[in-house]
Design a protein. Structure first.
Length: 396
């Protein structure tokens, strides 16, 4: 059955976990939960009615690699894309996904439905970011819907962002552009624009750091509670208690102490990076090595475009092509030579001070000096490229 006449409500991703108890999670494109419900009386008709009353579906998702029949029917009814993960989502992975929301789930079905919607959102997050950047550059008024551009691309109606915007531009009720003016910028205005972009990048990095700090603080509180509970349990054991039980409780208390020390150290690293960024150090993403899977993971989570990348270890370079998406790379050894040979702006990590906290870091380098080094490296690479070309194709 096909649904028609659905009102233009908020575009959303709908996660479904079917079964005796069926759960439905509705997530808008800003990653906000619009609705989360589970019921044993969710027939196909009831589910379709509930979803259409809450949103305008953009994607239907599930948490297994092979979608259940009922999920396929819901996607077909709304004529939208069906998202399935490459492999079944595991329990621990789903728990980590939903940790950012302080929900008391009624059952595991609600957790699984929300986890599948979040996974689907992660798959289109880079696309949404590129759409927002393009619309901002075009100075489009807010009536122009980012969600509608995303819908045209995801459903395959338009092949790229430009064609999607062009098709919507023909509809005056969806878009009204500001009159274009020839920009006249003084050197001071241009410098101010550069500084504003730097401030925006720093704020984004600080926001991510704050989220990580809050997460670490929550884990630290949990570790302290477990430590307190373990110590109280040890104190409550009577003198006649079994010695093996006492030894086990002391071991649990010792492990909690080690966990607390580890979390304290990681939290201190985050604070040091935050302090260095506020001093004007360069924000970077950090990778242990240049393997393709490592670089691809960083790109999918944070986006490499417009950012500097710091690669700690020398060795495999299967992720070199992906690393070229970044603004430039700090690395060492043979990897440094490979980057320069490919024309990537690459600097020797050993020459700079660096602070790191997980996937994020700060390097002691100002952007003006960095720009000069990039220009010099490009000129050197171009000269080398010409020399290699003349050797390969000598003139007669």
């Amino acid at each position: 059955m096909k649904l028609r006449g659905v009102a233009l409500k908020t575009s959303a991703i709908v996660g479904i976990d079917p079964g005796v108890t069926t759960a439905i999670a509705i997530l808008n494109l800003d990653r906000e939960v619009l609705s989360l419900k589970s019921s044993k009386s969710f027939s196909l008709e009831n589910a379709l009615s509930f979803i259409s009353s809450q949103c305008r579906p953009l994607m239907i998702s599930c948490d297994v690699a092979k979608a259940p029949k009922v999920v396929e029917k819901v996607a077909a009814a709304f004529s939208v894309k069906l998202f399935m993960p490459d492999e079944d989502l595991h329990r621990l992975g789903k728990s980590r996904l939903v940790k950012e929301f302080d929900f008391q789930f009624s059952n595991t079905h609600e957790r699984d439905a929300l986890a599948s919607a979040l996974t689907a959102h992660d798959s289109i997050r880079p696309l949404l970011r590129r759409i927002e950047e393009r619309l901002e550059k075009m100075r489009i008024l807010t009536r122009f819907s980012r969600d509608e551009v995303a819908r045209k691309i995801i459903t395959g109606e338009s092949r790229n962002i430009n064609k999607a915007i062009a098709s919507l531009s023909a509809k005056p009720d969806l878009i009204r552009a500001r009159p274009k003016k020839r920009p006249v910028k003084s050197s001071a205005r241009a410098l101010l624009d550069v500084r504003e972009k730097e401030i925006h990048a720093l704020r984004e990095m600080l926001s991510i750091s704050d989220m990580r700090i809050r997460s670490l603080e929550k884990r630290l509180v949990g570790a302290e509670e477990r430590l307190s509970s373990a110590k109280l349990s040890v104190q409550a054991v009577s003198s006649s208690a079994n010695e093996m039980q006492i030894a086990a409780l002391k071991t649990a208390a010792s492990c909690s102490d080690k966990e607390r020390i580890r979390l304290d150290a990681e939290l201190e690293k985050c604070r040091r990076v935050f302090s260095r960024l506020s001093e004007g150090w360069l924000p970077v993403l950090v990778a242990e090595n240049c393997e393709k899977s490592v670089i691809k993971s960083l790109d999918s989570r944070y986006g490499l475009e417009g950012r500097w990348l710091c690669i700690i270890s020398d060795g495999k370079s299967s992720g070199l092509k992906l690393a070229k998406l970044s603004e430039g790379v700090f690395c060492t050894g043979s990897l440094l030579d490979a980057m320069k040979y490919e024309g990537v702006a690459a600097l020797n990590l050993s020459d700079f001070k660096c602070e790191r906290a997980g996937d994020f870091g700060a390097i002691c380098m100002d952007r003006e000096t960095l720009g000069k080094i990039k220009s010099e490296q490009f000129a050197s690479w171009l000269e080398g490229y010409k020399v290699r070309g003349s050797r390969q194709y000598p003139t007669r």
